[in-house]
Design a protein around this ligand. Sequence first.
Ligand code: BGC
Length: 772
Amino acid sequence: MDRAYLKNEWLIIEEGFHPGLNRESESLFAIGNGYMGQRANFEEKYSGDSLQGCYIAGVYYPDKTRVGWWKNGYPEYFAKVLNAPKWIGIDVIINGKPVDLATSRIKSFRRILDMKEGYLERIFTIIVARNKTIEIRSRRFLSMSEPDLGILKYSVASFDFEGIVELNAYIDSDVKNEDANYGKKFWKDINREAAPGMGIIISRTMKTDFHVATGMVYEILKNKKRISVRTSVISREKYAGNVVSIKIRPGEEITMIKYVSVLSSLNNLKENLMKDVKKRLKESSSKGYDKLFRAHKKEWGRIWSASDIVIEGDISAQQAIRFNIFQLNQTYTGKDERLNIGPKGFTGEKYGGSTYWDTEAFALPFFLKTADQNVARNLLFYRYKHLPRSIENAAKLGFRDGAALYPMVTLNGEECHNEWEITFEEIHRNGAIAYAIYNYIRHTGDKDYLADYGLEVLIGISRFWSQRVTWSNHRKKYMILGVTGPNEYENNVNNNWYTNSLAVWTLSYTIANLDMVGKENPDKFKRIIKKTNFRVKDEIPIWRKIIKDIYFPYDEDRKVFLQQDGFLDKELVYASSIPPDERPINQHWSWDRILRSCFIKQADVLQGLYMFEDKYDVRTIKRNFDFYEPMTVHESSLSACIHSIMASRIGNIEKAYELYLRTARLDLDDYNHEVGEGLHITSMAGTWLAIVEGFGGMRILDSKVQIHPLIPDKWRSYSFHARFRGSLFEVKVDHIHVNIKNMSDKPLVMIIYGKEYKVPEAAGLSVQSIKK
Ligand code: BGC
């Protein structure tokens, strides 16, 4: 991979065309703006291997479930964000022959993703008729300031060729999802207009009936001056195109600027879509490319000024962390509470663009520390709105009285995952949603959220836990039987330590907040009690008993928490004993062998220690880390980041750095050989946390920010930005100093290496850095 992609602080560069890596490049160079996303597919025709992908957030299709053997309780469908109508298309025909990089003679090729300014560029030269050379440059962006707009600038320049260049700008709604369960197409056209200079298709999704208008207008320039050209219009089912034909001579350049607007019935009335999209096309083309690009760039400038991480002395780490910050911001902007963050964002079809526990456990802490508080609040609110559906989900599985089981995978609140060991058993996701409320409140101080929304969610989740436990007469303890923890290489286990911990923590946290809201906000409390039909006198005592009598598997000899009952019966061997050619084990071993082994897919006990760290001393964390880390194969992208944070926590900076490297360039170096399917967006948040919470040691405890920065030997310095309750600050760490810059207009209280400091508004502070 190294040879294909160059290292640079702000750019991802593919030097030379690598058709064998095209799917990987299409993922890595994808662009997005929270509203939609586009893989780095070519504008012009390409007959080689490619995964076409354009996705509009929230526009999905319920694809009928496909499983080997049906089990009661399985959802009827898997919700998928659809591959949406293709808006980028510009075919190029030179003297009657289409340009197609799969067959062209390529002299040079460069693909660039500019993360600072948020655009994708390609520059390539090819040989055309009779050994003549032309250069093609394309640049495109999905506007961060006007998210329905996708803008393309596409130029053909001739070195020594003389002849006819035809450019065919089009919208094509004849698209499909590669992962469609039954090979069906999901779109139908309902309206189309095509005339010289424009083309619009209005399509609708089957079943869900989302209407989407995809429209284009364009301008043509010759040697940078606008010209009018002869145009022929193509209008057929699912296709609206315009072909312009222009004579080109050596030294000349022809440019097409294509303005595209994509509107959907999520935001516009169906009957107005045609009118609205025409208006948007007119507005955007009259602003023009430069103005639109400036506004887009300014928006990226704003994002970077509050979230950039600078690493000195390690360009590869610098590039990687910016890539991660960039991709996270491309995926979610927090402007619309109906949207969420799919594990692959808008970069591929895997995971269907749906919402997983990844959002609360990984993405939320990132947005809490880098974005306005509303962004994180919208993520919480998304789940609040899904509460009734979660109660229905639980009821389908036999739970009652308002118990809520949030789905493992969803787009609309309804469960749509369908593997029994995950759908029914990976119930820890419920705890992550409760924990997210706590996390939000400790970061923002917005306690009103509890009284207005959060407490209802907590009650539903607590009710679920209280019904999901089993009283064991034999042990005189409450057990949680038949679960899958975060480590999906164990199924149907009893008493997963992490799940049990989350369950009782949720119960305690709910009780504490019932108490708090009851005292501080009696009116709202009454409303909640009534709405949820909460029986204070019956339910709370049961919860308290569960908290007191829950069972936790523990090994007295090693003094470690056990991942689940019976874990010590396994043959305990290190992951380093697995021959390299058998890694990743999920691609080489039978599932049965994986299940019997001790190998851990991803942070499990350590995930719990990460979340409840303040309850345990460093020695306990270290014992557990030393026990579990050697058995962990990190075959989920969500793993190494948590282990890295925990390694920093116990002062093992070398190990923290080793684990950090694994998470940071996971996609850029394609560790797991799967980047072609899309990027690991949610794990990118984990990488960011591995710097800020790991090396930086940032925590929010007792309503204060604390940091405990360590620095990897290899780095000269690093700096990060973070927010806390309306303050924005920068922390810069080198081998001698920790420098804090308070970038807001109020003083900031901060605990650095255990000592409290006050950093005045718009001022700085410096302390000596330490090694442990
Ligand atoms: C992980 C899950 C995660 C999912 C989506 C799986 O491989 O085991 O924890 O939710 O990927 O990222």
